[in-house]
Design a protein around this ligand. Structure first.
Ligand code: ATP
Length: 228
């Protein structure tokens, strides 16, 4: 059984439809890359899965449970941890407070999270507002891990970061994957995504239009569907 299964997902912002049929699944321990050009529906798919956006049709099953019928707080507690686009750390809270605010029992603790991102460990007393963009992204990922999620979702994992920091984030993602963490990741750095992904799913105009292993992603598909 898949950990996450999305079938025929449609989503609406008021009267305007943003998703028109998204299908994909994530197996336990798998890293799936959700790809597509700007505005194709990646973030809307994430909002639908996390139930921040509840005006959806179709199926979203997590560990067999139908998320669409659960209140959003219950859906969150089932074990989906999100590092959202734009990071959204608590700016006025310290690194330590940000981490503690999302802590739930499990192997991810302040110690293990700061072992993954040693830079955070050096800045525990600093407020999130004073961190660099890369450090804020590390904090956003660490916060999501502190919920001890069964599925980790990273929306725009490295957007706007310096190349050297991006590499640190990709290295951390690779380590998480090696540790067996199930991950859904969105990023515009397609070559790095391909290098780390088990499977890629491409969205175009609110629909999933291609899915396959990274090596099956040909230059023709990239040009046609990703505009690379
Ligand atoms: P990007 O890479 O630019 O973040 P995306 O693939 O994540 O793009 P979405 O943000 O999911 O795409 O947008 C999908 C569609 O939904 C777009 O047409 C967008 O304009 C629309 N949309 C997104 N957020 C809202 C909103 N809050 N209200 C109305 N429409 C929205």
């Amino acid at each position: 059984m898949s950990l996450l299964e999305v079938r025929g997902l449609e989503a609406f912002y008021g009267g305007s439809q943003a998703l028109f049929g998204v299908d994909f699944a994530i197996a336990e321990g798998e890293l799936v890359a959700l790809m597509g050009r700007n505005g194709m529906g990646k973030t809307t798919t994430v909002r639908s899965i996390t139930r921040m956006l509840r005006t959806t049709r179709g199926e979203i099953r997590f560990d067999g449970a139908d998320l669409t019928v659960l209140p959003s707080f219950r859906a969150a507690r089932l074990g989906i941890g999100l590092a959202p686009e734009g990071r959204r750390c608590f700016a006025g809270l310290t690194v330590s407070e940000n981490l503690m605010a999302s802590a739930r029992p499990g192997p991810w603790t302040v110690e293990t999270a700061t072992a993954l991102f040693p830079r955070l460990g050096e800045r525990m007393g600093q407020t999130a507002a004073t961190l660099s963009g890369g450090e804020q992204q590390m904090l956003a990922i660490a916060r999501a891990l502190m919920t001890n999620p069964r599925l980790l979702i990273l929306d725009e994992a490295t957007e706007g970061l310096a190349p050297v920091v991006r590499q640190e984030i990709w290295a951390a993602i690779a380590r998480l994957k090696q540790g067996g963490q199930s991950i859904l990741v969105i990023d515009k750095a397609f070559s790095e995504l391909r290098a780390v992904a088990d499977r890629c799913v491409i969205l175009a105009r609110g629909q999933s239009v291609w899915s396959g292993m990274p090596h099956q992603l040909t230059p023709e598909i990239e040009t046609e569907m990703l505009g690379v």
